[in-house]
Design a protein around this ligand. Structure first.
Ligand code: ADP
Length: 255
């Protein structure tokens, strides 16, 4: 049985890690079956950046570099990999919160278009910096009873992915009513997703081609979190994609 041994105080990075490990522990009680697989995935995810950090800090420590450029290059790698761990810890933390509160959505009557607009406004500077366009076509939608913070996170993750995996062109957001459902479509003109990967991208830690994902600093948790939240709302999410053309993620929510 899982026992909480060390009280975790504060909210800095280390406390965050402590907390996420603790709630992951609680979570594991309910998911005995996936325990080994999950721990293996977490340690694998941590091991790679830690190996880099250890290796390059050893080199710096021993003065084994030929120029100051080389030195700063190694420092940069250490910094990058530390950032990677920090993103992973954040994602794990999000995920553990999600598991604990899985069925405790804080639903309220929400104007979904307002949330879409907020996320677009927040991400616009980054999108423009990448030289991409973002347009939206938001039709009238009645208020729906959803957890606005969680749905905001869903939209944020999807639009951020659209941005990460698109090198040129645009991101389009559509929202409209179809029968009794609200549909939100996030379309990009990016690198797309191979057919045989489509069913796997919503799995925990799943990334297509390590090297392609590594460059963008992902953890493979984003879409897993997205799917959990949508399903908790009794909604659906699907993806259509053509390699080198782009992808469309569609969310369907009940009104
Ligand atoms: P990551 O943190 O790696 O982005 P996600 O769970 O968000 O993890 O996505 C899983 C994988 O799905 C990504 O590694 C990426 O290869 C692929 N993917 C997600 N969104 C898109 C997109 N809009 N276009 C192309 N590939 C995508």
């Amino acid at each position: 049985k899982y026992q909480q041994r060390i009280p975790v105080i504060g909210d800095d990075e280390v406390a965050k890690l402590g907390k996420s490990i603790q709630s992951l522990g609680e979570q594991l009680q309910y998911y005995e079956d996936s325990r080994n697989e999950f721990l293996a995935a977490v340690s694998h995810e941590l091991r790679t950046p830690l190996t880099y950090i250890k290796g390059y800090s050893d080199i710096l420590n021993k003065g084994m570099y030929k120029s100051s450029e080389e030195q700063s290059q190694y420092l940069q790698i250490i910094n990058q990999e530390a950032k990677r761990i920090s993103i992973l810890v954040d994602d794990l933390f999000e995920m553990s919160k999600l598991q604990v509160h899985e069925f405790a959505l804080e639903r309220e009557w929400t104007n979904i278009n307002q949330i879409i607009e907020k996320v677009i406004t927040n991400l616009k500077p980054e999108i423009a910096k990448k030289g991409l366009m973002i347009t939206s076509n938001l039709r009238d939608i009645p208020l729906i009873k959803i957890d606005p913070k969680r749905i905001e996170q869903v939209l944020y993750n999807l639009i951020e992915n659209a941005m990460k995996y698109t090198h040129q062109g645009e991101i389009t957001i559509n929202s409209y009513m179809k029968n009794e459902f609200v549909k939100i479509k996030i379309t990009d003109t990016g690198i797309g997703i191979p057919k045989d990967e489509l069913s796997k991208i919503f799995e925990r830690f799943y990334r297509i081609e390590q090297s392609r994902a590594r460059k963008t600093g992902g953890t493979g948790l984003g879409l897993y979190v997205v799917k959990q939240i949508v399903q908790a709302h009794e909604g659906e999410i699907k993806v259509d994609s053509v390699e080198n053309k782009g992808s469309t993620f569609t969310i369907k929510l009940k009104i």
